[in-house]
Design a protein around this ligand. Structure first.
Ligand code: ADP
Ligand code: MG
Length: 335
């Protein structure tokens, strides 16, 4: 099916743009068994599998906070906006189905018009949606003299195994992560999330996952959410087992922080962190699903608080506070 990527909108107005977006999105929507009708009416019509839960997630990205239009391409921004939402569906071990996109476009950004910005964004959004079988079924298009803001909502559904919540961790559970962590901001990796949709489903198929979260705020902060939602539990991480990304090693050369500190606190890795019962951890490690990388990083404890055990046996408490948009002292950008 040809996607008219290089076609220009016939009409330069909002309706020309929407017609163009519709042309891009229609092949994907037609292929989806979940879409009765997509762009072009007052609402989209979706069909979900009877008996499954419908998953809904939304994330808004703002210029200067989550991306920089002065540095990043519109296609990258579109990819990130779609990717972070699909990653939330992965965190529930769900199947992503459809997306709606709302944009506040600056009327001009330097020499670029709102129309050009929208087309760039759309390419990124579409590419990631197509990769994950997500149909773009609607949105809202606005232009103003303010900065670029983009909000994506993704709808999905649970598999027959049900959702994996943050709240199911139990003392004694083994904690795993699915990839190397840290340094994604400096390297630009945060712009290209690769949501672990298939990995989550395969893992949940193999053994019951008790709790799960996607790593957007950093392992310490996000594991902190699992501990809190699971009734105020604690955890011990093994310092030598935390998989440190090369990007974290590189960043540590100039940041004055250790690579481990970056791996624990940086965020925007979009890997999964999950817990399973001890027997299941053994089963999983003996036979990990094909193509899934697993790092066993620690254990859930009944005693509250997050601690880290260093290789020499020393134990430290580590703060679980991730980025807080409403904290008055929060400096600069979350970039
Ligand atoms: P309404 O005024 O009824 O909300 P709109 O004129 O805003 O309708 O939108 C017309 C159609 O185009 C709707 O189906 C809407 O979902 C879709 N749409 C508008 N903007 C976008 C966008 N940026 N991406 C995808 N679909 C969009
Ligand atoms: Mg309407």
């Amino acid at each position: 099916m040809s996607r008219p990527q290089d076609a220009t909108p016939q009409d330069t107005g909002e309706f020309g743009l929407i017609a163009w977006i519709r042309e891009q999105a229609e092949p994907g929507a037609r292929q989806s068994k979940h879409v009765a009708f997509g762009i072009g009416d007052d609402c989209a019509g979706l069909r979900f599998t009877p008996g499954r839960e419908v998953l809904v997630t939304t994330d808004m990205l703002m210029d200067g906070r989550h991306f920089l239009t002065s540095v990043h391409t519109l296609e990258q921004i579109g990819r990130k906006a779609m990717g972070v939402n699909i990653s939330d569906i992965a965190a529930m071990a769900g199947v992503p189905v459809a997306a709606v996109v709302s944009v506040a476009l600056p009327r001009f950004l330097g020499k670029r018009t709102a129309m050009e910005l929208a087309r760039g964004l759309e390419r990124g959004l579409d590419a990631v949606a197509a990769d994950y079988g997500v149909a773009l079924v609607g949105g809202d298009t606005n232009a103003w003299d303010g900065p670029l803001v983009i909000s994506v909502t993704v709808l999905g559904e649970t598999t027959e195994r049900g959702p994996v919540r943050r709240s199911g961790a139990k003392p004694g559970d083994v904690i795993f992560v699915t990839g190397r962590l840290g340094g994604s901001l400096d390297s630009g990796r945060h712009l290209e999330p690769r949501p672990r949709i298939l990995e989550a489903q395969q893992l949940h198929q193999r053994v019951p996952l008790r709790s799960m979260i996607d790593l957007s705020d950093g392992l310490a902060g996000d594991l902190g959410h699992i501990l809190e939602e699971s009734g105020g539990l604690g955890a011990v991480l093994e310092a030598g087992a935390v998989p440190v990304h090369n990007d974290a090693v590189r960043m540590a050369r100039t940041s004055g922080r250790t690579p481990l500190d970056h791996a624990l606190h940086d965020g925007e890795d979009f890997e999964l962190c999950f817990t399973v019962a001890q027997d299941d951890a053994i089963r999983l490690q003996a036979q990990p699903p094909a193509g899934v990388t697993l790092y066993r990083v620690g254990t859930i404890k009944a005693e509250p608080g997050l601690r880290i055990r260093h290789e020499d046996g020393r134990m430290n408490a580590i703060p679980t506070k991730g980025f807080d948009h409403l904290r008055v002292s929060e400096p600069g950008a979350e970039l």
